[in-house]
Design a protein around this ligand. Structure first.
Ligand code: ATP
Ligand code: MG
Length: 422
């Protein structure tokens, strides 16, 4: 019979690798919560129009990457390709601006985009997403980027850089758009077919194109920075000086436009040269008009998303981490020892010790082999004879030395011994 496989580009996260995910999630929660963020969990499925309206009809995500389908009543639904739109929707729907305590949100979970699967690019992937509403001050832009860098530092990620840009606002961007359109008209023949279309509908998108010859064609293109209005220029300038105050290094990247239409003013990306073509680990920016566009109050917003798969690929290159090694293995010989060992292991676990055990028993040799494979530092050897005498040997697997453990209160005796060793 043909075996059923997972859907292409959608991965299982197996027990042998899940510790990476858990470590990243734990650190993310710690860092985000220390900066005042609170978790929000929104549905994975939303109405198609939420994403079409927020991300923009002529973006790659909406044009070609969304998983959209009609439900049984013929209403169009979409598996979320990102989290910002859903969080803004929830904020408006639940009138959260009334509660000053919840203006900073985070969300961790799966996203879906129909892309060509390759290393660092999947169809179901995961993001850590952070969003802040109601604060226009450039100090917040700097804080958000500082926090993102702190998080990566805490994890021990190496080989990443922070790139920043300003996309201007609704007042100054039209001027830039006009200049860019004029420039692109001269380069029309050199652009890929997609960009040739983009230059009419959404010229900024051309900067986000991954086709080599489009990059070349953009040589000498006008730069956003030269078109910023005084307010945007001042905002961007202050973001940079606050970042410097916080000791966060950054690079100006005048070509970075990001793949979503709702961004304005500050945008940023964390990039790496260690993941081949998939060079963005995370990115974000300001989206001051989005809340109003989605029918909510006119509140500014800023946020970012980190791709967890790419982050973990990077982490695996930066440091080794093998998950929690058990503290103790209980090897048993004989039926009575099997039952006593079973009880002992559960008791130890209840007291926070990572104890392991071979459920079927088996030969002492095979149990020792298993303990060795797990990398357990200590093995308690429990046989009927030991139960009789009330003492059992505890072997140190690296030095091969043995000590006697009293079985009268074995849990306490083992805990004390392990504490002395650590
Ligand atoms: P890219 O330019 O690589 O397509 P993007 O600009 O589409 O990235 P964003 O929408 O900004 O990405 O999402 C933020 C982060 O989510 C990215 O920096 C990346 O780490 C991750 N990400 C995006 N799409 C995928 C995907 N298909 N598979 C894995 N991770 C992804
Ligand atoms: Mg993309």
């Amino acid at each position: 019979m043909e075996r059923i496989q997972a859907i292409k580009g959608m991965n299982d996260i197996l027990p042998s690798e899940v510790h990476w995910w858990q470590a990243v999630e734990t650190t993310a929660r710690e860092v985000l919560e220390s900066f005042g963020y609170r978790e929000i969990r929104t549905p994975i499925v939303e109405k198609l129009e939420l994403f079409a309206r927020s991300i923009g009809e002529s973006t790659d995500i909406v044009e070609k990457e969304m998983y959209s389908f009609p439900d049984r009543k013929g209403r169009w639904l979409t598996l979320r390709p990102e989290a910002t739109a859903s969080i803004v929707r929830a904020y408006i729907q639940h009138n959260l601006q009334a509660d000053p305590l919840v203006q900073k949100f985070y969300c961790i979970g799966p996203m879906f985009r129909h892309e060509r699967p390759q290393k660092g690019r999947y169809r179901q992937f995961h993001q850590i997403d952070a969003e802040v509403f109601g604060i226009e001050d450039p100090m917040l832009d700097a804080e958000v980027m500082f926090m993102l860098c702190r998080f990566l530092e805490r994890l021990g990620v190496q080989g990443v850089g922070l790139h920043i840009n300003s996309l201007g606002c609704r007042r100054c961007r039209p001027d830039f758009r006009e200049a860019l359109t004029a420039f692109l008209a001269h380069r029309a023949g050199e652009l890929c077919p997609d960009c040739d279309r983009r230059r009419h509908v959404n010229p900024l998108r051309v900067f986000d194109c991954k086709v080599e010859r489009c990059r070349d064609a953009l040589d000498g293109a006008p730069e956003l920075q030269d078109y910023l209005c005084p307010d945007c220029r001042d905002h961007f300038h202050r973001v940079q000086s606050y970042l410097s105050d916080l000791g966060t290094p950054f690079e100006l990247d005048p070509r970075m436009v990001r793949g979503l239409d709702y961004y304005m003013r500050t945008t940023f990306e964390v990039v790496t040269d260690r993941l081949g073509a998939q060079n963005a680990v995370g990115g974000g920016g300001r989206y001051d008009g989005l809340m109003k566009d989605l029918g909510g109050p006119d509140l500014p917003g800023i946020g970012f998303a980190i791709g967890m798969e790419r982050l973990i690929l990077l982490l695996q290159q930066s440091r080794s981490h093998s998950g929690r090694v058990p503290d103790l293995f209980v090897a048993v010989l004989g039926d009575r020892a099997l039952r006593e060992g079973f009880r002992l292991v559960q008791g130890l676990r209840a007291r926070g010790i990572a104890a392991e055990f071979s459920y079927g028993g088996g030969s002492l040799k095979s149990q020792m082999r298993r303990a060795d494979k797990l990398g357990v530092p200590h093995v308690l050897i429990l046989g009927d004879e030991e139960l009789e005498s009330g003492k059992a040997p505890l072997r140190n697997m690296s030095s091969k030395e043995q000590v006697e453990i009293s079985l009268a209160d074995a849990e306490t005796a083992l805990m004390e011994y392990l504490r002395r060793c650590s």
